[in-house]
Write a protein that binds this ligand. Structure first.
Ligand code: NAD
Length: 265
């Protein structure tokens, strides 16, 4: 899909990866709805886009709320005439106390924001995109959601693994609705989420802190670049792109699936 003159929504667009994607989509010619619970951050992203001469609007959205997500999707229609591109990106890591000692109240929101939020966005996004004859959805998963998981935070890994398999299971929408759903699986990205994690982990776990120090951090603009690649490449659906630290990004190999299940490219 060519991004010029398309309408895009980016959740979690007020910070980090979401801000980088929102700016990139605007620079490629999209009108952008920036959705976030963080009003200050979201409005700052909008100001940056407007300063570049492109249209953008902020919609305060909690991605765990079906009502908020429907309002966010409706805003794309009311403000710019419809929806073509959705980046379900909002996410949280959760509190510092590691599972299984953490209070459930601290990890339940991790599943809610990272997984329920993506599913709600995809559901209502698809309903809007059908009216346009198609669209592209890119979900933000994580390297923590594939392969070896994330022993320091198993609930976060579960939420992101859920996003990867939810995305894979949406592959058939390419054939039925001309809607391609893919996901990006970043390694450790240099965003405010990472800075907060490094601080919180420092007090808890020396080994993880030492590991962070060795990492070649990924710039959020690199993840925005992968999102744009997924939008441009009309052949990809249901796929996950891993973006490891210090190594080239690559598509996660497909697991064998019965032809009637896959619907994948
Ligand atoms: N930073 C990393 O190392 C890294 C690695 C892999 C995956 N990710 C994923 O990338 C995505 C973006 O992370 P980031 O590093 O840019 O973090 P960030 O904290 O800089 O940005 C996340 C944004 O999501 C927003 N948000 C949180 N809860 C929300 C909710 N309920 N509704 C709407 N918005 C909400 C926050 O306000 C914030 O603006 C997340 O899904 C995260 O899990 C990050």
């Amino acid at each position: 899909m060519d991004i010029q003159d398309k309408v895009a929504i980016v959740t979690g667009g007020g910070s980090g990866i979401g801000r980088a994607t929102a700016l990139r989509l605007a620079s490629e010619g999209a009108s952008v709805i920036v959705a976030d619970v963080n009003e200050d951050g979201g409005k700052e992203t909008v100001s940056e886009i407007e300063a570049s001469g492109r249209p953008a609007a902020f919609v305060r959205t909690d991605v765990t709320s079906p009502e908020d997500v429907q309002t966010m999707i409706a805003a794309a229609g009311e403000t710019y005439g419809g929806l073509d591109i959705l980046h379900n990106n909002a996410g949280i890591l959760g509190g510092p106390a590691p599972f299984p000692d953490a209070d459930p109240a601290s990890w339940i929101p991790v599943l809610d924001v990272n997984l329920r939020g993506v599913i709600l966005g995809t559901q209502f996004g698809i309903q809007a995109m059908r009216k346009r004859g198609g669209g592209v959805i890119v979900n933000t998963a994580s390297m923590a959601g594939i392969g070896f998981g994330y022993p320091a935070n198993p609930v976060y890994a579960a939420s992101k693994g859920g996003v990867v398999l939810f995305t894979a299971s949406c592959a058939a929408l390419m054939g039925s609705d001309n809607i391609r759903v893919n996901c990006v699986c970043p390694g450790v990205v240099n965003t405010p989420m990472f800075s907060r994690t490094r601080e919180a982990t420092g007090a808890l776990n020396e080994a993880t802190t030492a590991f962070f120090e060795t990492l070649d951090l990924i710039a959020p603009e690199k993840i925005a670049d992968i999102v744009v690649q997924f939008i441009h490449d009309d052949s990809l659906a249901g796929r996950a792109m891993m973006v490891p630290n210090g190594r080239e990004h690559q598509l996660v190999p497909l697991a064998e699936a019965p032809a009637s299940w896959s619907g994948r490219s």
